[in-house]
Design a protein around this ligand. Structure first.
Ligand SMILES: NC(=O)c1ccc[n+]([C@@H]2O[C@H](COP(=O)([O-])OP(=O)(O)OC[C@H]3O[C@@H](n4cnc5c(N)ncnc54)[C@H](OP(=O)(O)O)[C@@H]3O)[C@@H](O)[C@H]2O)c1
Length: 378
């Protein structure tokens, strides 16, 4: 890697005075964090939350230290002894060097925090776990591929005693996956799931049901940071499909992605548009159709929702109508609701509801996972 410059104190690394306070408190546990995607929506909020809450964690005997930051262009490394940092230009095959930096030194436990939106680091998860490095991520991709890959990561995390936490992949900061896995571990069996798991689609349909144009609602969702960088990823339904698959897997079901039926909200030609602005402009042509569907539903006292469903035999995500008194119809725009029927939770299901998108909340959920992983790494 080529070094760009020596930077004495990079703001993203947090306050230097924390180091002094930590060294004044014997017995403080140290955890090194390598954050990928620190310049993205979630990553930026996470770095800010780590910087502003560092004192609170120290008071609880935990010193979270960001030692590395990676994005698509740069890798910045901070030497924990000298406090100096160096920024390198990213190269195609620089992962071994990045990992070597992370494994150097003997300070505390290590966590890799993957706040990227793509699959750039997913193939490295097994290696990280084998080194005993914890992984925390809001990125769904590693857990929504093949069942074999999902099971391998779970098994490695157990075998290597390395925490692998991804609570924010479903419902953002809502506690969904942890409680679900706890139920199953305690012997309960999941019979049925119904959920609005896309904060983006919940926001968009909430607005459309209230008379807003579809294209305007999508733009608004994007402006609020609810959508993926390209909103087509949300409207394709694949994001909801992935979340349903992760829910099912945490429930102990061994399903493959192809078994989840997904309804795309935009026609094929528009779905293929890779430029986000042109994609948004193309949505205007569909405003009339969505307005008519919402209006027709309204006249029958129904509302449109994008629902993820598993009924024990089939799994699907798509648009459906629910009565305007149904719990799914009563969600505020942007809210998620996950209803889970089990052997113990029936006929009344377990329900978890609340805001299910947004960078600030999601980053707070990632931070919670970092704290839980740190406790596990003790
Ligand atoms: N937004 C939400 O409300 C929400 C909720 C739950 C979960 N999530 C998940 O959180 C993750 C992050 O979302 P986001 O909205 O923060 O995405 P984002 O704004 O697009 O940020 C992506 C980050 O990843 C970096 N990146 C991209 N390619 C990379 C590569 N090859 N190597 C290293 N870094 C790379 C980007 O760096 P550059 O600056 O160099 O491009 C940027 O820092 C996604 O997986 C998303 O599904 C988001």
């Amino acid at each position: 890697m080529r070094a760009l410059a020596n930077v004495l104190s990079a703001g993203d690394f947090g306050a230097d005075d924390l180091q002094l306070k930590a060294s004044a408190q014997p017995g403080t546990r140290q955890v090194q964090l390598l954050i990928a995607g620190h310049s993205g929506q979630i990553g930026r909020k996470l770095c800010r939350q780590l910087a502003t809450r560092g004192d609170n964690f120290l008071a609880q005997g935990l010193h979270l230290r960001i030692t590395g930051l990676i994005n698509s262009r740069e890798f910045t490394w901070r030497d924990l002894d000298s406090q100096n940092s160096v920024t390198y230009v990213r190269q195609p095959d620089d992962w071994p060097q990045i990992l070597r930096h992370f494994l150097s030194g003997h300070i505390g436990a290590r966590q890799f925090v993957d706040c990227t939106a793509g699959d750039a680091f997913i193939s490295h998860y097994p290696e990280l776990l084998r080194h005993g490095i914890g992984i925390v991520t809001p990125n769904k991709l590693a857990n929504s591929g093949s069942q074999v890959d999902y099971a391998t990561l779970q098994q490695l995390a157990r075998q290597c005693g390395a925490p692998y936490r991804y609570e924010t992949t479903v419902g953002a900061a809502l506690p969904v996956l942890g409680p679900l896995a706890d139920l199953v571990r305690a012997g309960d069996k999941v019979k049925r799931i119904e959920a609005v798991v896309s904060g983006t689609l919940s926001f968009i349909f909430g607005r459309v049901n209230n008379g807003e144009r579809f294209s305007v609602a999508v733009r608004e969702a994007r402006a609020r940071g609810y959508t993926e960088p390209h909103p087509g990823a949300d409207l394709a339904g694949t994001d909801s499909g992935r979340k349903l698959l992760i829910l099912m897997r945490e429930a102990g079901l061994k399903w493959e992605p192809e078994q989840v039926k997904v309804e795309n909200l935009v026609p094929e030609e528009l779905a293929a548009e890779s430029d986000a602005e042109r994609f948004l402009a193309g949505l205007v042509a569909h405003d009339k159709t969505w307005a008519e569907r919402a209006e027709a539903a309204h006249h029958r006292s129904l509302r449109l929702v994008y629902l993820a469903r598993f009924d024990g035999r089939s799994a699907s995500v798509g648009v459906t109508h629910v009565s305007n008194t149904d719990p799914f119809a009563l969600l505020a725009p942007g809210e998620n609701l996950i209803r889970i029927w089990t052997e113990r939770y029936q006929p009344v299901p377990l329900g978890i509801a609340g805001p299910g998108a947004g960078p600030e909340l999601t980053a707070a959920g990632v931070l919670t996972d970092i704290l839980k992983a740190a406790a596990q790494l003790r």
